[in-house]
Design a protein around this ligand. Structure first.
Ligand code: KIV
Length: 273
């Protein structure tokens, strides 16, 4: 049985819980590998747009595309809690539309949905909970706001902005969110939000004091092929390993070393004379 939203909600570090480990995944093998590592939660993020579909931002991914990848991840039957991102414009056009879109993601296999924003999302969070769909919040550097922000910029750099962020995070919690991602804020702000909330915070570029951390699969594994943000730690260079292996294969084919006897079916008795 996968870790549930109420179980994740109980994972507050100040109550003695271990930090939550979340990572993104977008397909069945990826989900199988990260689940085998014992992570607590898998996010089918709208970062799908950047790291899998090659877009420059997350504004170009649809509910159907996310659902397609949620189905693939769910096929791995992970022990980890499975969250799906609600993409841009899937929860901005009214609560009925938001619930319908979230239901598509749940029917694809998600146990919960994540959406970006603060106080302005209270109504939609309540409507999703009325439909029995657990909601994870996301505040700070919300990538779906990149046009409004004028780029991907660290948020909450003034007293007023910190107060706004805190107020928004508390509003989303009061509306019923079971956990909140905090992205791209100074470490002290990650600490302050975590202290202010009863639900766990999951940080990405929010310092070491949040109740958990999340990283994007391709960034963590050296597969993104692009400069990573300051907050990323790259644990493997799988991109180079792939190119090296495929170069080796190319050379073997061109030099007649592949396939060899080990990769060739033996001659049947009836064909041997
Ligand atoms: O889409 C995503 O991958 C995310 C995480 C970075 C939190 O929202």
């Amino acid at each position: 049985m996968s870790l549930s939203a109420p179980e994740l909600r109980a994972r507050k570090r100040r109550l003695g819980a271990a930090p939550i480990v979340m990572v993104t995944a977008y397909d069945e093998p990826g989900a199988r590998y990260v689940d085998a590592a014992g992570v607590d939660a898998i996010l089918v993020g709208d970062s799908l747009a950047n790291v899998v579909l090659g877009h420059a931002d997350t504004l170009h991914v649809t509910v159907e595309e996310i659902a397609h990848h949620v189905r693939a991840v769910a096929a791995a039957r992970p022990q980890a809690h499975l969250v799906a991102d609600m993409p841009w414009l899937s929860y901005h056009l009214g609560v009925a539309d938001a619930v319908r879109n979230a239901a598509i993601l749940v029917r694809a296999g998600a146990q919960a949905v994540k959406l970006e924003g603060g106080r302005e999302r209270v109504e939609v969070v309540r409507a999703l909970l009325d439909a029995e769909i657990p909601v994870m919040g996301h505040v700070g550097l919300t990538p779906q706001s990149m046009l409004a922000f004028g780029g991907f910029k660290v948020q909450a750099r003034t007293r007023e902005a910190v107060d706004r962020l805190l107020e928004g995070a508390i509003a989303v919690q009061e509306a019923g969110a079971y956990a909140i991602v905090v992205e791209g804020v100074p470490g002290v702000v990650g600490t302050a939000v975590t202290e202010a909330l009863e639900v766990p915070t999951i940080g990405i570029g929010a310092g070491p004091d949040t109740d958990g951390q999340v990283l994007v699969f391709h960034d963590l594994l050296g597969l993104s092929g692009r400069p990573t943000a300051k907050f990323v730690r790259t644990y493997a260079d799988l991109g180079s390993a792939i190119t090296e292996a495929v170069t080796h294969y190319r050379d073997d084919v061109r030099e007649g070393r592949f396939p060899g006897p080990a990769e060739t079916y033996a001659t049947p008795a009836g064909l041997s004379e």
